[in-house]
Ligand binder design. Structure first.
Ligand SMILES: NC(=O)c1ccc[n+]([C@@H]2O[C@H](COP(=O)([O-])OP(=O)(O)OC[C@H]3O[C@@H](n4cnc5c(N)ncnc54)[C@H](O)[C@@H]3O)[C@@H](O)[C@H]2O)c1
Ligand SMILES: [Zn+2]
Length: 359
């Protein structure tokens, strides 16, 4: 088992990563938290495969568990759903010493964390991420949120979990397109911080897609380590944490224009990463290899690379984005594999030039 510590003074916690961890979850958890009233929040897809395994291991360790399964999907990440979850908290008589367990992808993790952060002004919660995206990204770092009709993730807080438990075996039931979309975030970590991770993905591509345990352990643990370090440096996203948004500026714009329906988040981010690399090349910050290596990996993943979107549409959304500071866009740009800079020097002219050419 790998264990990674996220050091955030009184909000520090451990990330445990192993194969078959779900079955032993209760045994590991009792070392972190005494048995208590527990609300296990999941979605119906995940309930089917893992609901009883997790309920059983918790019960065996004397946790008084009640399970709530949401309908799957981003549409559920709302205040209305949060209200039904508060009801479940009241019904199960949770108090400040109780526990919320988030078992699922980023949707379950974000809304469960939001409910944990706000019910009685905050009760303990743990994350058991089951999608690759949730394992390497959303379960770590304490950003919790629900969506508002005027913006995704706009109602939320920073609220750290007490622990994160990652079972690599859960990826065996994750639909392949979700796995691939999650892998984009792993590639992102390689580009922003770790050339060795990037090379490893290039070399071990098929092992990863075939869910070889060692390959998964390597990429997940390395990603968690990188995210943990960045969050330790900048918990509330004042500056450095922004580097995690590599590929996300244009990625978000693409998701917004297409109403979050056409592309998975990772798919839109992949396109955003490639355009960010093109921007860096256009500005003379780096050479073409930074694009070529990312392009070749992303192409091997079979991701869509042509949006058919007009540059005007993308640029308009970019300027309406919450990442615009004093009228200037903030871009994360690669200078080499493993290194990025935060730049506010990307002009509209550069954007039009780059976005008007296909990738
Ligand atoms: N808090 C953060 O820092 C942060 C970071 C990135 C993304 N997010 C959020 O994460 C969400 C996306 O997360 P996601 O990609 O995990 O989506 P998701 O939670 O919708 O899961 C994707 C799909 O896979 C299914 N699934 C998940 N794990 C499974 C498994 N092991 N077996 C079978 N099916 C499984 C789910 O039921 C769902 O249908 C978005 O709402 C996004 O805003 C948050
Ligand atoms: Zn992302």
């Amino acid at each position: 088992m790998e264990m990674i510590r996220v050091n955030l003074s009184s909000n520090s916690y451990n990330i445990y990563i192993d194969k078959g961890l779900l079955e032993r979850l209760g045994d590991t958890l009792v070392k972190e938290k005494a048995p208590c009233k527990t609300l296990l929040i999941t979605d119906k897809n995940i309930e089917k495969v893992y609901g009883s395994i997790v309920t059983e291991t918790l019960k065996r360790n004397k946790f008084d568990v009640r399970l709530v399964a949401l309908k799957p999907g981003e549409e559920q990440k709302t205040l209305e759903t949060a209200l039904t979850l508060y009801d479940a908290c009241f019904d199960h008589k949770l108090d400040r010493n109780s526990l919320i367990v988030a078992l699922g992808g980023g949707v379950v993790g974000d809304i469960s964390g939001f409910v944990a952060a706000t019910f009685m002004r905050g009760i303990p919660f743990i994350q058991i991420p089951t999608s690759l995206l949730a394992q390497v990204d959303s379960s770590i770092g304490g950003k919790v949120a629900v969506n508002h009709p005027r913006g995704k993730n706009m109602i939320g807080s920073f609220y750290q979990p007490k622990a994160v438990f990652i079972d690599t075996e859960t990826l065996s039931t994750l639909p392949a397109p979700e796995l691939v979309a999650g892998l984009v975030e792993v590639i992102k970590y390689g580009v922003i911080k770790d050339a060795e991770l990037f090379e490893y993905i290039e070399k071990s591509f098929y092992d990863i897609l075939q869910l070889n345990h060692h390959a998964l352990l390597k990429i997940i643990a390395t990603s968690c380590q990188i995210k943990a370090h960045v969050v330790e440096e900048d918990e509330k996203e004042k500056h450095l944490r922004a580097i995690l948004n590599y590929g996300h500026t244009i990625g978000h714009a693409i998701e917004t224009i297409t109403n979050y329906k056409k592309y998975r988040h990772g798919e839109a981010v992949a396109i955003g990463m490639l355009y960010a690399a093109k921007i860096a090349i256009d500005m003379g910050l780096t050479d073409n290899t930074i694009f070529e290596r990312q392009f070749s990996l992303i192409k091997r993943l079979g991701l869509p690379l042509h949006t058919g979107l007009k540059p005007e549409g993308i640029v308009k959304i970019l300027y309406a984005d919450k990442k615009v500071i004093a009228g200037r866009l903030r871009f994360i740009l690669p200078t080499k594999i493993g290194e990025v800079i935060i730049s506010d020097q990307v002009t509209e002219e550069i954007l039009y030039r780059v976005l008007s050419k296909p990738l």
